[in-house]
Design a protein around this ligand. Structure first.
Ligand SMILES: Nc1nc2c(ncn2[C@@H]2O[C@H](COP(=O)(O)OP(=O)(O)O)[C@@H](O)[C@H]2O)c(=O)[nH]1
Ligand SMILES: [Mg+2]
Length: 305
């Protein structure tokens, strides 16, 4: 731990699904820590992204979005993860989408009322607004919803306003030593990241509701040092709920699975800085997303995730 760190703390990224929380985290960290897609509920776990710079250690917590309905065990788990975090942090970043205020945003504001930490409102996706003047009435309107420390227009996609946001966060963090080593960028293991990268490709490739009823389990993750070049051997199972879904994941002539595997492997090689050999299987597990016990056995629990 470095003696040069004089400020540190936790920052929660909250907001309804799809506002860009994970995209913002990845931009700030300069790498893919949290997977993203245009589908809501892509993030299932609580993920830490750690940035140590200029004497400040900012520990961001990416949460699954808060859902107004919690129909099954997976949704209940995701809601609990998002709610608990609000009371444990030093700063809250509340994301909304430029020009778009929904009932779900209002329900997040309701939850903020019990929060003691300062809340910075980020109006994200400003790159989609051609005339910035159009933003002013929206910003004025949302500013009145709560005592925000700041309201800041940002684009998590192209980075506009992000440096300013990081400065605001640094100013709000309490004095304190580094809590993680300076090199560490996340609390998750490489095995976890590997599973998530596969899940990201599934979310992006498959249509409709299927991606929500599947999960990924890493069966082996081994570095083969026997050859000239080290190779990371990764084997993973994609668990689906019904036999019919298996065929959809695999696709005609195995096309889907092939493309998912290829895209995931390319990302893994970037993240792990090694050549990767990836083996994917698809297996059927009945009703897993509504079974608390199976969820736990797959690593979805309240402590570790
Ligand atoms: N145009 C634009 N799209 C964005 C921006 N930030 C996120 N997105 C897109 O919005 C979608 C949801 O983003 P994600 O980070 O997964 O949202 P989360 O559910 O809040 O974590 C993805 O398709 C992103 O590419 C942004 O600043 N501008
Ligand atoms: Mg997310």
């Amino acid at each position: 731990m470095s003696k040069d760190i004089n400020k540190s703390g936790f920052i929660a990224l909250i907001g309804r699904p799809n506002v860009g929380k994970s995209t913002l985290l990845n931009y700030m960290l300069g790498q893919k820590i949290s997977i993203t897609s245009h589908k809501p509920q892509t993030t299932r776990h609580r993920i830490l992204g750690i940035k140590t710079e200029n004497g400040v250690q900012a520990i961001y917590i990416d949460t699954p979005g808060l859902h107004s309905t919690a129909k099954n065990a997976m949704n209940r788990y995701m809601n609990k993860t998002a709610k608990n975090v609000l009371h444990e942090v030093d700063v809250v970043i509340f994301l909304v989408e430029a020009g778009c205020w929904t009932k779900e945003d209002a329900s997040v504001v309701d939850k903020l009322k019990q929060v003691k930490a300062p809340v910075v409102m980020v109006v994200n996706k400003v790159d989609t607004v051609k005339d910035k003047g159009d933003l002013l009435p929206f910003i004025k309107d949302v500013s009145g919803q709560y005592e925000f420390s700041e309201v800041l227009p940002v684009s998590a996609m192209n980075g506009e306003g992000v440096e300013r946001l990081e400065q605001i966060v640094a100013d709000l963090l309490p004095e304190g030593p580094a809590l993680y080593s300076e090199e560490q960028v996340t609390d998750k293991t490489e095995r976890f990241m590997a599973a998530e990268l596969i899940r990201e490709k599934l979310m992006r490739t498959l249509r409709q509701e299927i991606p929500y009823s599947l999960t990924v389990e890493i069966e082996n993750f081994e570095l083969d040092t026997s050859g000239k070049k080290e190779i990371l051997n990764i084997g993973a199972v994609i668990w689906v709920e019904r036999p019919g879904q298996k065929g959809i994941v695999i696709g005609k002539d195995g096309e889907n699975l092939k493309s998912i595997g290829k895209q995931a492997r390319i990302d893994m090689e970037k993240s792990f800085d090694h050549k990767v050999f990836l083996n994917l299987w698809v297996k059927v597990k009945d009703g897993w997303s509504d079974n608390e016990r199976i969820l736990k056995s797959l690593g979805y629990n309240d402590e570790g995730c």
